[in-house]
Design a protein around this ligand. Structure first.
Ligand SMILES: [Mg+2]
Length: 207
């Protein structure tokens, strides 16, 4: 099959391809501490990323004008530590296998520059494009723009499932990232992959 006739599968990055959540919690937590007196647990950092910029500002009690700088510092921190991050075990093989039948892309709230650095350092150059959303706008609007001919969005968080549903592509949840299987299902997951081989099985059925 020529490449242009293949369907597109779009992947989330953090918690789906990259086991980056510990680095995000650590880097984010340290930087947020400089901006707020509130105690924020490291796990809440990723939740804030998910909840969108307005809610995050409100919750953290940080002056609006300081937020973009804080966000940028966190993103630069993650970039500087991305060499400590590994792909989830088995995900590389799944991606290589899927590449035979699909076009692959990444849509992430992380920065494109960080994702590209990670892909390069892990020989994961199988993606047609990487689109980012570094200002944490709602994922569904941007996803719908790139999802023409897309079959599925694969992600680890409730927001990923919601964005997929809004856009009208299949919502495939992975059970090795941030949100539980139950939460993914409650937010519209059509399929749940318990491990990367599962993901391969699920997506192969759809070719
Ligand atoms: Mg994620």
């Amino acid at each position: 099959m020529s490449d242009k006739n293949k369907s597109l599968i779009i992947f989330d990055f953090d918690g789906t391809i990259a086991d980056s959540l510990p680095v995000i919690y650590k880097t984010g937590g340290e930087i947020i501490k400089d901006y707020t007196d509130d105690n924020i647990s490291p796990k809440e950092v990723e939740k804030l990323k998910e909840s969108g910029i307005r809610k995050a500002i409100k919750k953290l009690n940080i002056p609006f004008y300081k937020f973009p700088i804080m966000l940028l510092k966190i993103q630069v921190g993650i970039y500087n530590h991305i060499d400590e991050v590994e792909p989830f075990p088995g995900i590389e093989k799944t991606i290589q296998d899927l590449k035979k039948d699909y076009r692959l892309a990444i849509f992430t709230n992380n920065r494109k520059k960080t994702v590209n650095k990670f892909l390069k350092q892990n020989d994961l150059d199988f993606f047609e494009f990487v689109k980012d959303n570094p200002l944490l706008r709602s994922k569904d609007k941007k996803l719908s723009k790139m999802s023409k001919n897309a079959l599925a969005y694969v992600g680890d968080q409730a927001g990923d499932m919601k964005a997929a549903k809004e856009t009208g592509v299949l919502a495939v949840g992975v059970d090795w990232g941030l949100d539980s299987k139950g939460r993914l299902e409650r937010n519209g997951a059509d399929f749940i992959a318990e491990n990367p081989e599962d993901l391969n099985e699920i997506l192969k059925q759809l070719v």
